[in-house]
Design a protein around this ligand. Structure first.
Ligand code: GRF
Length: 215
């Protein structure tokens, strides 16, 4: 039986791009039925741009400061995604909130990964927030993007234990390790399984049992 054609996706980054590399790794391993047709960075010097090109991916920089307004910047990004033929958009360390117009351009087709168990600790420095709150378990979340801050419907989460001697960077490193597995897995389920959105709940036709802290 032939496999379904891989879904064209765009990945938006602002930084080092390790989640981008993880997504491409899963594609190369044959476990994610997608094809990265475009990488967009809003930061010219982002390390992820070089990493994308090393992987042979088409990567462009669209800087906010080169655009006359936020709306003009978003229009340029949306147009580049459309021109590349991407059907899904994965934010991977993209440090900009999307407007309602951007979100509406790809309805229920924009994902983000965040290094906390949302709705706890949205926004900046979630690992520091987790340590300051004294939680015993943190983790990462893949969620649909709406115009709020890390506030869209949750697709998948992985729990990561907070250790007694953790500092922000050690906790961030362990969570990042979990992110690299969770993001391809969550996207892969959305692309290959039957699911629906019921209010804020993402419902997969075939629910998955809890395994290694991931649901
Ligand atoms: C990750 O921790 C991700 O969860 C957050 O930003 C970071 C991006 O890291 N949204 P990288 O650029 O993918 O290495």
């Amino acid at each position: 039986m032939s496999r379904p054609a891989p879904t064209p996706i765009a990945v938006l980054i602002s930084g080092r791009g390790s989640n981008l590399v993880a997504l491409q790794g899963a594609i190369d391993a044959g476990v994610l039925p997608a094809r990265i047709v475009l990488v967009v960075s809003d930061v010219a010097e982002a390390a992820g741009v070089a990493r994308a090109r090393e992987l042979g991916l088409h990567a462009v920089t669209i800087e906010r400061r080169s655009a006359p307004s936020r709306a003009a910047h978003e229009t340029a990004v949306v147009e580049s995604i459309r021109a590349a033929g991407a059907e899904w958009v994965c934010l991977a360390g993209y440090m900009r909130l999307l407007s309602a117009e951007f979100v509406a351009a790809f309805p229920n087709r924009i994902l983000n990964i965040h290094p906390s168990l949302l709705p706890s600790f949205p926004g900046l420095h979630p690992q520091r927030q987790a340590l300051e709150a004294g939680v015993r378990i943190s983790g990462c979340t893949v969620h649909f993007v709406d115009e709020g801050l890390d506030s869209g419907p949750i697709v998948a989460q992985t729990a990561v234990e907070v250790l007694a001697d953790d500092d922000e960077s050690r906790l961030a490193e362990r969570i990042l390790h979990a992110e690299h597995r969770l993001y391809p897995e969550a996207l892969g389920r959305l692309l290959s399984e039957s699911w629906s959105l019921n209010g804020r709940q993402v419902r997969f036709a075939t629910p998955k049992p809890l395994r290694d802290g991931t649901l």
